[in-house]
Ligand binder design. Structure first.
Ligand SMILES: Nc1nc2c(ncn2[C@@H]2O[C@H](COP(=O)(O)OP(=O)(O)OP(=O)(O)O)[C@@H](O)[C@H]2O)c(=O)[nH]1
Ligand SMILES: [Mg+2]
Length: 394
């Protein structure tokens, strides 16, 4: 707040000076007619004393040094106003006598004391503001986000992980280059699965995240590229279409395929694929909020005796749902994560959020609908570049 007093011969002059010096936002907080103090004042023309104020807190571009100056000058102005007001009654315009004039005087007196009280209060506020600014200039200004924090937030890394990464960057005293420190901190949040893709591999996850497509991709790669003996099992019995989807892939790749409805059938299907290097098990998509369904599915998953259970989750999953999914599916004892649909987003912070929330290593990422091409194992270095926007996925 800047407060200034003007001694002018008319209000036009006052308005012009106020607008010029304080700007169009200034307001007049008091005005009164006075004579110049002293003997000569008695014969001089009456003048108008106008006090105007402007709230300069919106002018963020002003440096704190300027603000201090403003506060000092305002305090000086207030001091002068207070000093001049009651102690110099001779300079005030004399009110005529009578009941009416007494009332006018009382109202004027009341008005004066209100202005005085306001000024005194503001003076006290400014005084404390000034001492706070002098004691700690940085603390008194609004804390600003660092460039690094803004960057991490802009790529959708959640608050918890932003804090972790910023702390790591700050505490890394060995690496002088901030960019390298940032990469190291991001890589620290990424763990990659080293589990070999053989034996029984199970995929679980919410509906529509790409479990069946991922199974087909994996089967295609292993059978056609790695020349492994692959078998396919599905417990996806709810939708005929879903079964047919995988059966078509199995037929094209000429690999054994079984549909499992009961727990007993799961046992016999696994027995029939004993000679396979890899048996890929597809499951029905479940809502992480439905613990009944998850418990039912768990019986099938347990029956496989697999130590390679993968939670399949899309990188486009809403931040709030990630926690719900990664927690809910813990009932199925997944030990790694497959993140799908990287081609459907432009920021990759969700990968950090998913891994941080699941606390399990990343096995694969998928990058499109093409079977078997759009799946890959990604290195921490490449994932870091992707997250920082240094590399594109497609
Ligand atoms: N863009 C994109 N689409 C994908 C990807 N993976 C799968 N999809 C598509 O996602 C849709 C659902 O895929 P599914 O494999 O049927 O998903 P699901 O998890 O088996 O679904 P439910 O069995 O219903 O739980 C299909 O249209 C897929 O083509 C991917 O990496 N990127
Ligand atoms: Mg499916």
């Amino acid at each position: 707040m800047i407060i200034k007093r003007y001694l002018v011969s008319n209000m036009n002059e006052a308005m012009t000076r106020i607008r010029y010096e304080l700007g169009v936002d200034a307001v007049i907080i008091s005005q009164r007619k006075i004579r110049k103090p002293g003997f000569t004042g008695l014969f001089s023309r009456k003048m108008i004393e106008v006090t105007a104020a402007v709230d300069n807190s919106k002018k963020s571009e002003k440096s704190s040094e300027n603000t201090k100056e403003d506060v000092k000058s305002s305090i000086d102005t207030i001091k002068n106003i207070i000093k001049n007001q009651p102690s110099q009654p001779q300079t005030l315009e004399k009110a005529p006598s009578g009941i009416g004039s007494k009332m006018t005087a009382a109202v004027e007196e009341k008005g004066k004391s209100t202005v005085e009280e306001t000024l005194l209060r503001e003076f006290a506020e400014m005084k404390s503001l000034l001492s706070e600014m002098t004691a700690n200039p940085v603390k008194s200004s609004t804390p600003r986000k660092s460039k690094l924090q803004s960057l991490l937030e802009s790529i959708d890394i959640n608050e918890k992980n932003v804090k972790k990464i910023l702390a790591d960057v700050k505490n890394n005293k060995e690496e002088p280059d901030e960019n390298k420190r940032l990469k190291q901190a991001i890589k620290k949040q990424i763990t990659l699965s080293k589990t070999k893709m053989d034996g029984v591999v199970v995929l679980v996850g919410p509906t529509g995240v790409g479990k069946t497509t991922t199974i087909a991709k994996l089967a295609g790669r292993m059978a056609l590229v790695d020349k492994k003996k692959v078998g396919l099992i599905t417990v996806d019995t709810y939708r005929i279409g879903a079964v047919e989807q995988l059966r078509t892939y199995a037929d094209i790749m000429n690999i054994p395929f079984k549909v499992v409805i009961t727990l007993k059938e799961m046992e016999s299907a696994l027995n029939s694929m004993k000679d396979c290097d890899v048996v890929l098990v597809d499951t029905t998509g479940r809502s992480s909020k439905n613990s009944m369904q998850l418990s039912e599915l768990r019986a099938y998953v347990d029956k496989t005796n697999s130590s390679n259970i993968n939670l399949v989750i899309s990188c486009t999953t809403k931040e709030k749902d990630i926690e719900c999914i990664t927690e809910g599916f813990k009932l199925l004892n997944y030990n790694s994560v497959i993140i799908t649909k990287l081609d459907e987003t432009t920021t990759y912070g969700s990968l950090i959020n998913i891994l941080g929330s699941a606390k399990k290593p990343l096995n694969y990422v998928t990058t499109g609908q093409n079977v078997p091409d759009d799946i890959k194992k990604i290195t921490a270095e490449d994932l870091c570049k992707l997250i920082l926007g240094e590399e594109a996925i497609c």
